[in-house]
Design a protein around this ligand. Structure first.
Ligand code: PEP
Ligand code: MN
Length: 333
């Protein structure tokens, strides 16, 4: 249920109302907009007397929210959420260009790539240290050592780092990581989501391989319901009948998620297509449909990459793409 408070309501009366709603056992999520305040009520609202609340002189209107996702719902929070990572802002008109290798392989590799993508305009560095691989015989990532190398690259370039956490037991190692990524295969690892919800760190939540938008939003709800409001949604392609591409990039998800939720939505054209030459056109399409950012795999030697070389851009191709992304964003704005 949401309660819209009139713009001229006195702060005392508003506080009184919030206090009273809390005595009914409800959680109250406040969202201040330019012209109105929205109170989102969380919990069992079935016994709440809507007419009584609506009759209060500070209340403009009361509406039931039928969706099961509350905290992530735009009805609860009409303004775009802007996630901050150091000086970098994501959402509400701020664009994140996240780039880097699929996996951290060596100090030289990650630092060289970090410098190159920064020079091209990337504002965040990606790189996997813990890798969820389909085969147990494939490179599983440098793990703790990979995290240290990412920190070294951050030190060298100033770029905040984004990396995937696969297992809760590794959480202590991620204390000094800027953005924690929940990979597609872990989108419904609810214990992981709940724990990440207790952190004060941005979480990049990727859509599962075969998950609906509602399921993605419910997973974001797990993080937010535990108290962490800094969630970035990521469309990375889903399984369909695609034969020549790794996945199908569901770009209509971007405007739909923006309609349903206030959270920033970014796009990963690398895992969505699996083919380097498909990445630029899909990245531009994502920028055109209003994505709040892109996460793109870039490698200095794609043919020798330990993971996902086929979909990795060279720094030179990434540089050209970054310029075009800026042009498309200007036109689409
Ligand atoms: C990744 O970003 O490295 C990754 C494994 O992506 P996804 O979880 O989307 O497959
Ligand atoms: Mn990858």
């Amino acid at each position: 249920m949401i309660v819209v408070i009139k713009s001229d309501a006195s702060p005392e009366k508003r506080e009184q109302l919030i206090k009273w709603l809390k005595t009914l056992g409800l959680g109250v999520h406040e969202s201040d907009g330019e012209f109105q305040t929205v109170l989102g009520l969380i919990g069992d609202t079935s016994k709440v007397d809507m007419d009584l609340i609506e009759s209060l002189d500070i209340v403009d209107s009361v509406k039931r929210v039928s969706e099961t996702f509350k905290c992530v719902n735009r009805k609860f929070h009409p303004k775009d959420t802007v996630v901050s990572v150091g000086d970098v802002k994501i959402g509400g008109g701020n664009f994140a260009l996240i780039a880097g290798p699929c996996s951290v392989e060596s100090e030289r590799q990650i630092i060289e790539i970090a410098k190159a993508v920064k020079a091209s305009g990337a504002n965040l560095l990606r790189g996997g240290a813990f890798k969820p691989r389909t085969s147990p015989y494939d490179f599983q990532g440098l793990k703790g050592e990979g995290l240290e190398l990412l920190k070294a690259a951050r030190q060298e370039t100033g770029l905040p780092i984004v990396t995937e956490i696969m297992n809760l037991k590794d959480l202590p190692l991620f204390e000094d990581i800027d953005v924690l990524q929940v990979g597609a295969r872990n989108m419904q690892n609810f214990d992981l989501l709940k724990e990440l919800g207790t952190l004060k760190k941005p979480i990049l939540l990727k859509r599962g391989l075969a998950n609906t938008l509602k399921e993605l939003l419910m997973s974001a709800e797990y993080i937010m319901a535990s108290g962490n409001e800094q969630v970035i949604l990521c469309e990375r392609g889903i399984r369909t009948y695609s034969d020549y591409l790794r996945n199908t990039l569901d770009l209509a998800a971007v405007p739909m998620l923006h309609e349903l939720s206030h959270l920033p939505v970014i796009v990963d054209p690398s895992h969505a297509t699996g083919i380097a030459r498909m990445v630029p056109p899909m990245a531009l399409a994502a920028a055109a449909c209003g994505a709040d950012g892109l996460i793109i795999e870039v490698h200095n030697d794609p043919s020798h990459a330990l993971c996902d070389g086929a979909q990795s851009l060279t720094p030179a191709v990434f540089d050209g793409l970054a310029k075009k992304v800026e042009s498309v964003r200007r036109v689409a704005a």
